[in-house]
Design a protein around this ligand. Structure first.
Ligand code: ADP
Ligand code: MG
Length: 693
């Protein structure tokens, strides 16, 4: 966060080679790390009344000098340390650790002691208080008393080497005195927010005058993080957006023919989305639009229509999907529309032969291929277009900000449409997609019924299979999903491959079963998926490779094994694979934990049974995990902030977004502030990669 402080921590007063080594243990190697090493709690030592005036029965801190210390024998020997100030005396009592305590203090040492004050006879006592010697330290009084004191966590080794919380406090105090932090926030902006200066904020994180200062400091640093992030996102697109983009028609003969050939009417929401996209395409400025719609809301149709409009305008269009299975499905869907129109559709994933690949690349470069569908293979070197007009990214949350940027970096002068089903809170949308306009498909195609969802314990598995058989006998198809094979360490994990054999020979014998997982040879994957799509398989036993996007309207039963291992967002996506037609659908979640079902897992399963709508699920997710936990590792593609809390800091997110837009308008390349520019350049847009392959 502070690139200018990326210097070794050994440059700080009081840090030698030994301490440098110890600090490394808690992740501190630079001065920046050190001053961002936050206390885990604070102790209020602002009010120091004389010992005699301290209230009995309360948690207090006293500062007093050691008069004497002795071990008193008895049934429970105790070490008693007598402290005094001009008002009276105070006894500190320990029933253990005597050997150390006897040597720890000398008469006259000034101590700060904290704990609950009790009365024992006519004596004032504290049992096992927190103690700090403050007099053996030239600036002890300044650092450790008379203020709110930070307490840092330390490792056993640090403590053994005397790098205690207290020692660390002193080191950080000195570092804060010595560093000069340039404040990148423009003065007017700081004034508008009544924000602390950066230097003050960092100081107050450690040494607040009052407790409330900590929150003010956090907000200032959160605002910085969000501002830099927004600036980084937006400035990546600066320059590129100066390039001319093709003016494309909102629709044309191809797009119109495709719409006319649909076996159904587009929903009002789909029409609205197409109108908004059409306006973007015709403006001569690059479209940057997020299309958000719950699973099954029909985003593919919107994308396909826009892609055909691009071809109508003489340009090429590309669609990028996160998995091969999904890319193949999209290619098939698009071909069904495009083939009759005489268009050339290519599929580019990791599995074409060298020759096929060369041919496709040439087709793209020479403009012979009109539409291309692919995975991130589209981002690889050597992929160049004759005239790419529109790029669509499906299930964008699987890619993250970086790939989106990479695609734009590569293909400048392109309209961009990103699609996601992940229901994300408003703040998050503003943060991650701060550079995008948002269209929401808030309507499902008519006739969709809610997916009946229930969860069962493992003992009811046989019953669930019987139900599944009944459904299949009426002509329905089913998925049975297992956690990924790679993840199944435990012996009782019913991994897809083993389960497939067991089911085929047992509970589901006589049904037509297919097995799908990421390790199958490509051709086999294709054959299985095609057979299931065609209806020549009744049951698809699969890993999570089918989690996103897969669309087989005839499938109406989704059974998830070890459902307790999945996050809510994932379960919602899996459930979204059924209920895609007008027939009633079912989702059966089997909870089969190794031990007891955790309260959180139970809450997730209950939430799935209770709610059908993605936004509702997202809210429950937030409640179950609590704020700050929302961006767990499962939620791939989200940046991690250190100070900003996207669930709480709605106002800051909005402010950062507006300020960033305004700043860039005035100073597109941030030339007026070198400090600010360097901060923005150091923003890491890398996200946790969460793939299911
Ligand atoms: P998602 O938004 O999850 O990507 P899809 O685009 O895969 O959803 O669409 C889900 C299913 O709904 C597909 O089978 C698609 O053909 C169908 N569909 C899309 N739009 C409509 C509509 N307006 N009326 C009926 N069915 C539709
Ligand atoms: Mg989709």
């Amino acid at each position: 966060m502070f690139p200018e402080l990326d210097v070794p921590v050994s440059t700080v007063r009081g840090v030698g080679a030994k301490r440098e080594d110890l600090l490394c243990e808690v992740g501190i190697s630079t001065v920046a790390d050190l001053i961002l090493f936050l206390p885990y709690r604070y102790v209020d030592r602002t009010r120091q009344s004389p010992v005699a005036g301290l209230p009995i029965g309360e948690e207090v801190t006293a500062v007093a000098a050691v008069r004497c210390g002795n071990v008193l024998p008895g049934r429970r020997p105790r070490f008693v340390l007598v402290l005094e100030d001009e008002s009276g005396t105070l006894e500190c009592v320990w029933f253990s650790g005597h050997r150390y305590l006897r040597r720890a203090f000398s008469a006259g040492d000034l101590l700060a002691v904290g704990g609950r004050l009790t009365r024992f006879g006519n004596k004032r006592q504290m049992v096992h208080p927190d103690v700090e010697v403050i007099s053996d330290d030239e600036d002890g009084a300044r650092v450790h008393t008379g203020r709110v004191i930070p307490v840092y966590s330390t490792t056993a080794r640090m403590k053994a080497e005397r790098l205690t919380s207290r020692a660390l406090r002193r080191v950080i105090f000195h570092a804060l005195e010595d560093v000069r932090l340039a404040d990148p926030m423009p003065d007017p902006m700081r004034a508008r927010f009544g924000a602390l200066s950066l230097g003050e904020a960092v100081k107050k994180l450690h040494f607040p005058d009052e407790r409330q200062d900590v929150e003010a400091a956090r907000r200032r640093l959160a605002l910085d993080e969000l501002l830099y992030f927004q600036l980084r996102l937006r400035s990546m697109q600066e320059g590129r957006d100066e390039k001319p983009v093709p003016v494309l028609p909102a629709t044309g003969p191809l797009a119109t023919k495709m719409m006319a050939a649909l076996p159904f009417e587009p929903t009002a929401a789909q029409r609205r989305a197409l109108t908004e996209i059409g306006e973007d395409l015709t403006r001569g400025r690059p479209m940057r639009r997020l299309l958000q719609g719950d699973v099954g809301s029909g985003k593919t149709l919107v994308a396909t229509s826009a892609m055909l409009a691009a071809v109508d305008g003489g340009a090429q269009a590309a669609l990028m999907a996160p998995t091969e299975i999904l890319a193949e499905q999209h290619a098939e869907t698009i071909r069904a529309f495009a083939d009759p129109l005489g268009l050339v559709v290519a599929l580019l994933t990791g599995r074409q032969t060298q020759r096929e690949r060369r041919e496709i690349l040439q087709g793209l470069a020479w403009g012979r291929v009109h539409l291309v569908v692919g995975t991130h293979a589209l981002l690889q070197e050597g992929v160049a277009f004759a005239r790419l007009g529109l790029a669509v990214i499906d299930e964008q949350h699987r890619f993250g900000v970086l790939q989106r940027a990479a695609l734009l970096e590569k293909e400048c002068g392109v309209h961009l449409l990103v699609m996601t089903a992940t229901p994300i809170p408003r703040t998050l949308a503003l943060t991650l997609y701060g550079d995008l306009d948002v269209t929401v498909l808030d309507e499902l195609p008519p006739g969709r019924q809610p997916v009946k969802t229930g969860w069962r314990a493992a003992v009811d598995r046989e019953k669930a299979y019987r139900f599944l058989r009944e459904q299949v006998s009426t002509g329905c198809q089913a998925y049975i999903v297992f956690p990924m094979i790679e993840e199944s360490r435990a012996s009782d994990t019913r991994a897809a491959a083993t389960a497939f054999e067991e089911l085929r020979d047992g509970a589901l014998s006589g049904l037509r079963l297919g097995l799908l997982h990421g390790r199958l040879p490509a051709a086999e994957k294709d054959a299985v998926m095609a057979a299931f799509r065609k209806g020549s398989l009744d049951v698809l036993v699969s890993t999570t490779v089918i989690e996103v996007g897969v669309d087989v309207p005839g499938a109406t039963v989704m059974m998830v094994e070890h459902a307790e291992r999945f996050g809510l967002a994932q379960l919602h996506q899996l459930r979204g694979r059924v209920g895609r037609g007008s027939a009633g659908s079912y989702c059966i979640l089997i909870a089969d934990p190794e031990g007891d079902l955790s309260p959180d897992a139970r809450a997730r399963l209950d939430a799935m049974a209770a709610a059908g709508d993605g936004f509702e699920i997202a809210e429950m997710d937030l409640r179950i995990r609590g704020p700050g936990q929302f961006f767990g590792t499962r939620q791939a593609g989200y940046p991690e902030f250190r100070f900003a809390d996207l669930t709480r800091d709605v106002d800051l997110v909005r402010a950062a977004r507006e300020e960033a837009a305004e700043l860039l308008q005035r100073d597109p390349h941030l030339e007026q502030s070198g400090v600010l520019r360097r901060r923005v350049e150091s923003v890491n847009l890398e996200v946790s990669a969460g793939h299911s392959g």
